[in-house]
Each structure stands twice: as C-alpha cells, then as structure tokens.
Design a protein around this ligand. Structure first.
Ligand code: AMP
Ligand code: MG
Length: 442
C-alpha cells in the first residue's frame, strides 16, 4: 500500500528515501502536521516517471533520464583559436614562406616545416608539422613571406588540443540535469538526438465551487471567475508537467465523484482546488475519504492550512483550498517539489536563504509564508519586504513576488533587521532595477 516498489528501484535516491522511511507515519489524517512532515509524507508515495525518447528539438527544459558520456573528443582535431599563421614553434627563421591556406571546414594538403607558415583561420585544423599559431596582429606580410613580430612563439600557442573541451569517455551531463541552453548545445555538439528524458507527469486540474464561471463569462450575482485553474496550469507548466485535462465542477457530490474517478484513472497527479474546508458543501474532503487513501488534511501553516494529500493506487491527489494564494503557496511548497522529484530532477527545491527584514512583520499563530520581494543591496546583503496586505484571497500579493518569507509563529512583531528564512521562487531583484534601464537609446 506504500508503493515501495516504485520508490526503491531508484538507487540514486536510496539515501533520501531511507531518511524519509524513518519519518513517523501519519496515523491520524486530521492531525495538524508541520510542513516538513507534510513534505516527508508526500515523498514517501512518490515514484519515478519512466523515460521517453524525444527529438533534440523537443528536449529544451526537460530532465535528462540517464548519465551522458561523451562519445567523441571535442574538438576532434587540433584547432586554431585565432586567425593568423600556423608555424613551427620556436622557429628561429627571420621570415617564413607562406605555403598555403587552411580555413575552417576541410583539411588542406599542407606540411608546415621550419621556415614556412600556413595562413589559418579560427576553428580550422592545424596543418601537420605546425605546433603553434601566431595571431595575424603579431605578423607583417612581405610578398609571399610573413615576418613574425613576437619574441617567442611557444609550442601549443593558440591551438586548442584534441579533447580539451570534452574528452571522449568523460561524463558530460548527469541524469537529472535540466536541459537548458548550455546543456542543449552540448547534446547537439555530441550528436545526441533523440534524447532520453523523463516523461512529463500527466496532471489533471479540477476547480470546484458553485460560484465559479469561465474567464470569458460575466459573473452573475454571487459568482466569480475561476482563477485557480489558470494559475495552476501556469505553475504546472513551469514545473515540467503535462496538463492533460483542466476543468471546473460544481459543489455537487454526484458530479464531483464521477469527475474525480475519471481523473484519477487517467492521471499521474490530480490537483483540485476548493471544497476542503469545514462547510457542508466542502465535498472534496468526504469524496477523497471514499475514493482514496487520505494521508493528511491539515498543515500548520498560513496560508493553506487545509491541504489534503491522498493516493489512489499510483495516482497522487492534492486537494488545495480555494483561496487563490493558499492554492499557489500549497503548490509551491509541496506539489512542485513532488513533481520535480518524480521527474528525477537533480534540483527539486527552490533556493532557500536567510534574509533581513526591511520592515516590521507581524507573525501569526502558524508558520506564515508571506509573499515578498528579496533584493540585493549595494553591499550584497539580501533584504526582504512583503508585498502589502497578505490576505489569502489577494492574488496581487503574489504578483511580482520572488520569495515566500517564512515567518515563524509568534505573538510579538518581528522588528526590521530580523533575520528569517526565505524561499526564492523567482530571480533576485536588485535595489534599483528601474534606474538600470536606459530607454533613451543614447
Ligand atoms: P473554498 O476553499 O471552496 O471554501 O473556497 C475558499 C475561497 O476561495 C472562497 O472565497 C471561494 O470563492 C474562493 N475560490 C474557490 N475556488 C476558486 C477559484 N477557482 N478561483 C478563485 N477563487 C476561488
Ligand atoms: Mg468552495
């Protein structure tokens, strides 16, 4: 029932899994648990997504499924790093006869010896006999001769030896690497196409609530537009998921039940929003108890205290509260790392750092993840300020935020200058972003 077979076949994660296995199991799903325990519990049910082969063109920002060993030397031939003349190093001749040209892309039939030189361009193979390249700036041309105006031409100067960038047989990329710009270039230069990457998790998103209408509808009395489906889709895409279905359902037990059954059958991960609070129309909670095994329902945090985690066979089900900020904070803290872990990504977490508060912050009775902006000041210190009112309904508190500032529970306000932990969910701001931008074109 704990799917150990899915987790433990992955040897690379053994040590992490061993730690997690020793964590206490949640016996009572209604017990309020610490965010760390919530995460550890989720991680016990994760399994590794299988690999798939995709064409190199499709591989950007995917997660590499296996170690990549170089099949070639890079460069494959000794190559000039400058435009100039290929010569014999330490040749004492006062001038050298130019015996031909070697540009990039082919191999000219040239043999450089004492007293001779070959014109060569950057990236071209160094002709046989030549042991150095003199940059054109350090030479003077005299008819069909070249005079080297450099005291000494040392062996190997301005030549990239075979394999210096990448030696054949060396480990180029580790499994779990995210295929960004540099990684994609490496794959291309080694001729790796198709590429073996982790299959994307198939995720369904279900917004629940009688009050919800579509973004292109005009809400009637008491209605609002469904925001969560769209923010969750974006968050899922950023995390590397494949959103196979996204829809909306009323607070109706029969409709939600059949929708959930279908979504669980088709998805690796199901995410719902709304319907996990204490009201009698909060139907997700009882439905999860009926259709799945619920592991916990409440986390000691703000926002997002009602966070349900359940499994049904291999499918993971995360049920988020309806308030848009609560839903996204829950996603960021628990679902995103879980998806990255299933993908086998070597980096599953956002960076976490200590920051200095820029102003007084009022704590709550739970760990509060306040939305904030962390910036680097001119002395390199990290300063954090919050994004205004922190109501869990106020999506604007997340707009422009690059951090979740973890404010420990307490009674007394935390004064400015206090140090707290922050999770960086976006790039660091600099103190004076606007000033850096010159729009005058001058
Ligand atoms: P619930 O968790 O269902 O009790 O909803 C809590 C609050 O979030 C209520 O004010 C809902 O109207 C609101 N809410 C629920 N779902 C959504 C959604 N998909 N988009 C925007 N607001 C929502
Ligand atoms: Mg609701």
């Amino acid at each position: 029932m704990y799917h150990w077979h899915r987790v433990l076949h992955d040897t690379k994660s053994m040590s992490q899994e061993a730690v997690i296995a020793s964590a206490p199991r949640v016996v009572d799903p209604d017990r309020m648990i610490h965010p760390d325990e919530a995460r550890a519990t989720i991680f016990r049910y994760l399994w590794r997504l299988p690999m798939e082969r995709v064409s190199l063109r499709e591989a950007s920002w995917r997660v590499l499924a296996g170690d990549l060993v170089s099949s070639d030397d890079q460069p494959p031939f000794p190559a000039a790093t400058m435009d100039g003349y290929a010569v014999v190093a330490d040749d004492p001749s006062p001038w050298r006869e130019i015996i031909g040209r070697q540009s990039a892309g082919y191999v000219a039939d040239l043999e450089v010896s004492l007293g001779t030189a070959a014109w060569i361009t950057t990236g071209a193979p160094v002709p046989s006999g030549a042991t150095a390249v003199v940059p054109v700036e350090a030479t003077e041309l005299a008819d069909d001769h070249v005079i080297v105006q450099q005291d000494r031409v040392a062996p190997g100067e301005n030549i990239r030896p075979v394999g210096v960038d990448l030696a054949k047989g060396s480990l180029v990329l580790q499994r779990g690497s995210l295929l960004g710009a540099a990684e994609m270039g490496l794959l291309a230069s080694l001729g790796v196409d198709p590429v073996e990457v982790a299959r994307r998790p198939r995720v369904s998103v279900l917004s629940t609530g009688n009050e919800l209408v579509e973004p292109d509808e005009t809400p009637g009395p008491g209605q609002i537009r469904d925001a969560n489906r769209f923010s969750l889709i974006a968050a899922l895409q950023e995390a590397g998921a494949n959103v196979i279905w996204a829809g909306r359902g009323p607070d109706d037990a029969v409709a939600l039940r059949s929708s959930l059954i279908e979504r669980i059958a088709e998805s690796d991960v199901v995410i719902t929003s709304g319907g996990v609070s204490m009201g009698d129309l909060d139907l997700i909670k009882p439905l999860l108890s009926e259709l799945a095994q619920v592991h916990f329902r409440r986390v000691f945090m703000k926002p997002g205290k009602p966070f349900n985690f359940a499994t049904s066979s291999d499918t993971l089900i995360f049920s988020l509260p309806g308030n848009p900020v609560s839903a996204l904070v829950g996603f960021e803290l628990f679902i995103r790392p879980a998806l990255r872990r299933m993908l086998g990504a070597s980096q599953i977490d956002r960076p976490r750092t200590r920051v200095r508060l820029d102003h007084t912050v009022r704590p709550s009775d739970r760990i509060e993840f306040q939305r904030g902006i962390v910036r680097v000041d001119s002395t390199g210190r990290l300063l954090a300020s919050t994004t205004g009112p922190q109501a869990s309904s106020r999506l604007a508190s997340l707009v422009g935020a690059n951090a979740l500032i973890a404010v420990p529970p307490g009674v007394d306000p935390l004064p400015a200058e206090s140090h707290v932990d922050a999770i960086l969910v976006g790039p660091l701001a600099t103190g004076d972003d606007e000033k850096d931008v010159d729009t005058t074109g001058s």
